[in-house]
Design a protein around this ligand. Structure first.
Ligand code: AMP
Length: 290
């Protein structure tokens, strides 16, 4: 595995690989890698000649009161994990390398963001699409891999690729979970032992909601309220949102006959956790998005 810290150096390598007609799979991360990230890298390894990954905690996607400074980091361990996962090129730029000058071009996504995390984190997805546009131009991947744990992000990347005509195939990879169902996340380390125990109820509440759908409940408000009730009863967390929307358009659902997302965000003392299930018209969980 090669570690690259400069954009120019990475671009030179990618151009040579492209001349050799190698396919490139790309995984963007903010580091502090875990099995969720590894599953994206593994899937990229299976589909492509070359796997490129990035580790970059992108300041643009953090709000002023969010955890940019405190976001967990461990570069040495990340390098070890990425190498073991089969990454060929690991891009670890400094903030000044990615943003050497004041941002003079602002990207703004207007659809798929007035709900879920987009509503509670204003500007977050503008920061995401800005950094991804840069990364896509630098890496020029044939395919890019994102986790469905961040399903709104997958919907946003889908819109970015379509709207800006990137010749990139988007792959949404299933959420990797702990044994008790908690979605793996770099932020889980910030849960207290009690909160960690309670956090398994996030996934359980979603599954309860899924079963209401399977059993024929077709009123979105009832499903949302039932899921909220489980979280309120079983955790000390503060509910940021529980929403049932169409997926990937992320619009209100009136009838249950299309693909939907049931998504939650819960704030614990030091960590805000998100999770979701993508559910088809028959109530089955959709694991992959292509
Ligand atoms: P992050 O480092 O949190 O920005 O995540 C980088 C990529 O890994 C994103 O596409 C995430 O959706 C994905 N990811 C994070 N956690 C998981 C997980 N538990 N399962 C699958 N993918 C994940």
């Amino acid at each position: 595995m090669e570690i690259v810290r400069e954009i120019k150096q990475l671009q030179e390598k990618i151009v040579l690989l492209k001349q050799e007609k190698k396919s490139v799979g790309f995984v963007a991360t903010m580091g502090y890698l875990h099995e969720g990230h590894v599953s994206l890298m593994t899937e990229a390894r299976e589909d492509n000649d070359i796997v490129a990954a990035s580790i970059f905690v992108n300041p643009l996607q953090f709000g002023p009161s969010e955890d940019f400074e405190e976001y967990p980091r461990d570069e040495e361990r990340d390098i070890f994990i990425a190498e073991k996962a089969g990454v060929d090129l690991l891009f670890i730029p400094e903030v000044t390398e990615m943003y050497p000058t004041e941002n003079r071009i602002e990207m703004k996504i207007t659809k798929r963001v007035n709900v879920l995390c987009g509503r509670s984190r204003p500007g977050h997805f503008d920061g995401v699409i800005t950094v991804l546009t840069k990364l896509f131009h630098i890496v020029m991947p044939n395919r890019t891999y994102f986790g469905l744990k961040d399903a709104q992000q997958v919907a946003v990347v889908d819109a970015l690729i379509t709207n800006l005509n990137f010749p990139i195939e988007l792959v949404g990879v299933p959420t990797v979970r702990e044994a008790d169902g908690l979605a793996k996340s770099s932020r889980n380390v910030r849960l207290s032992p009690d909160e960690r125990e309670e956090a398994k109820w996030l996934n359980r509440a979603l599954i309860y909601g899924q079963h209401l759908i399977i059993d024929g409940e077709n009123n979105p408000d009832i499903i949302v309220n039932e899921v909220k009730a489980v979280i309120e009863k079983k955790t000390s967390g503060f509910i940021d949102y529980v929403e049932l929307l169409s997926y990937p358009a992320l619009e209100e659902v009136e009838t249950m006959n299309k693909q939907m997302i049931l998504a939650i965000a819960v704030k614990f003392k030091e960590a805000r956790l998100i999770d979701n299930l993508i559910i088809d018209a028959s109530g089955n969980i959709v694991k992959h998005y292509k």
